[in-house]
Design a protein around this ligand. Structure first.
Ligand code: XMP
Length: 512
């Protein structure tokens, strides 16, 4: 489903590829990502208004490096190469790409050297974001230089008629001044796109499509209380009403009051939801288990059994609704090679293939922020839309070591204190994810002149774009101090609080 214009983003493996597609959609033009080895005919058959070549980690002159088909550059639609995209273009067009003596990385000043529609109303000197080792030493014959960085290093070139354009910097990254304006110049001025991609119209079309696709049949959906499944269910509910039955599996690994709060939110949305309390079953299966991978496997297996039993009640269903998003599709490699491999552990809650249900994935073309916007249009409460991500295996992977109802309760209470402080400081929506981890060690403390020997809580708060990489959040010292005091005062099972100051990489966001 799309507006009348489509921009294809060819992925050479850059960490910013999805960002390019999102920025294009922010400019109200529909964009899709395809792997670099998509046959050229397939790209042409989609009749794009333009093509963007992403960055990537390879070295264009090396044998076997991903490259574009020369044919792609002989079409009438404009092509914009970014970073590695510029280098592969230069290489294919007969220019020379060499290893730089040093990398250009981070903020770099460049000078625009030519009048080109890409730089309409952009100052001649600007600071941009670079991230590359190789450089284009000699421009392809017949092209003109567009920009250069210090020392005359080429930072862009174009063909004289102007429809093949290459830039060494990343306009999609916020640190590039006028980055969004440069992309808009490409979309509107060069590709002739209209800003017509609109999520309100998208929802209406999607609702009509779901109605048509499911033809009066029954749909079942596993609701977690997270953004994706809730928005998928709400959208589908608008299409088919009570032909949609939702199942909320309480695995006993949820946060303080979470089951009650999400059930209330579902009621407010008028969704037909069955609450299946399977906490005992999960906790029994997890008894004595401390290995993280075993925990995840057990939770996945029990979830599948519980969901299957619930879904088969009342004569079963014909369709399974899932909140799959566009990044899931790209990361799972369903759209081809070159994309990152999905972490299999993120598929907890994935369902058996022999369930004999047709799969309905209405959000599969959307990014997370677009799903939030649709959710807002459909009246999903902000409390659900802005929730921090929460892993399928829940507190099991934050309660390190063996689980017990008592340790889970300790963790729940500590987590609630931390989140409460973050909310009160007005920081909740600024943080990608914040939570407490209960460590499997005890340490000595002293309280009221009495020796204590109790557990340790670790505070984790991170900033991220998509969870694939993350930096730790510099929370104010006063906030951390208040949280540590409250946790130790209110929860006698904990006598020490530490802060996790590791990024991802080298750590992951969750501890298990
Ligand atoms: P890691 O810990 O791998 O996590 O850096 C990245 C993001 O994914 C979330 N996460 C999960 N989400 N099922 C999920 O639905 C899982 O098994 C799972 N494990 C991690 C994590 O909270 C973070 O947002």
């Amino acid at each position: 489903m799309q507006g009348s214009d489509t921009i294809i983003v060819i992925d050479f493996g850059s960490q910013y590829t999805q960002l390019i597609a999102r920025r294009i959609r922010d400019a109200k033009v529909y964009s899709e990502i395809l792997p670099w080895d998509t046959p050229c005919e397939e790209i042409i058959a989609r009749d794009p208004s333009g093509v963007v070549l992403s960055g990537g980690p390879a070295s264009a002159p090396e044998e076997g490096a991903p490259a574009i088909a020369p044919e792609l550059l002989r079409q009438t639609f404009p092509v914009l190469g970014i970073c590695y995209g510029m280098q592969t273009m230069a290489h294919v067009m007969g220019g020379e790409v060499t290893k730089g003596e040093s990398a250009e990385y981070g903020r770099t000043d460049i000078r625009i050297t030519a009048d080109h529609p890409l730089f309409t109303e952009i100052p001649r000197e600007l600071t941009v974001w670079m991230s590359h080792w190789d450089r284009v030493a000699t421009l392809p014959e017949g092209t003109v230089s567009l920009a250069e960085s210090a020392g005359g290093v080429p930072a862009g070139f174009a063909t004289p008629e102007g429809h093949l354009i290459a830039i060494q910097f990343h306009p999609e990254v916020v640190h590039t001044q006028y980055g969004q304006e440069i992309l808009r110049n490409f979309l509107y001025g060069i590709c002739g796109c209209e800003p017509s991609w609109d999520l309100g119209a998208w929802s209406e079309e999607k609702i009509a499509e779901i109605r048509k696709q499911t033809r009066g049949e029954k749909i079942v959906c596993g609701l977690s209380g997270g953004v994706d499944s809730t928005v998928a269910a709400t959208l589908t509910h608008h299409a088919v009403g009570d032909r949609l039955e939702c199942i909320f599996v309480d695995n006993g690994l949820l946060r303080l009051n979470e089951a009650r709060e999400v059930m209330q939110a579902f009621e407010a949305l008028d969704l037909r939801v069955r609450h299946v309390d399977a906490s005992e079953r999960f906790l029994t299966a997890l008894k004595g288990v401390s290995d993280p991978e075993r925990k995840r496997r057990i939770i996945g297996e029990v979830f599948i059994r519980v969901f299957e039993e619930a879904a088969e009640r009342d004569g079963g269903a014909d369709w399974l609704l899932q909140g799959t998003l566009y990044p899931d599709i790209i990361e799972s490699g369903k759209r081809g090679k070159g994309a990152a491999t999905i972490k299999t552990h993120h598929n907890v809650g994935g369902l058996p293939e022999d369930m004999d249900l047709q799969v309905l994935e209405p959000l599969r073309d959307l990014f997370k922020d677009e799903v939030r916007r649709i959710g807002r249009l459909l009246g999903v409460p902000g409390g659900i839309l802005e929730r921090h991500p929460f892993p399928g295996p829940g507190l099991a992977v934050r309660c390190l070591g063996e689980l017990s109802p008592e340790r889970l309760e300790t963790l729940r209470r500590a987590d609630a204190v931390f989140i409460d402080a973050i909310r009160k400081a007005g920081l909740y929506n600024e943080i990608w994810q914040a939570f407490v981890v209960l460590l499997p060690v005890r340490t000595v403390g002293v309280m009221g002149d009495i020796r204590t020997y109790a557990e340790v809580a670790a505070l984790r708060a991170v900033e991220a774009q998509d969870g694939m990489t993350a930096d730790w959040t510099r929370l104010p010292a006063d906030l951390l101090d208040g949280v540590a005091r409250r946790i130790c005062n209110e929860i006698p099972e904990i006598n020490r609080v530490v802060v996790d100051v590791t990024g991802k990489p080298p750590a992951t966001i969750e501890w298990e």
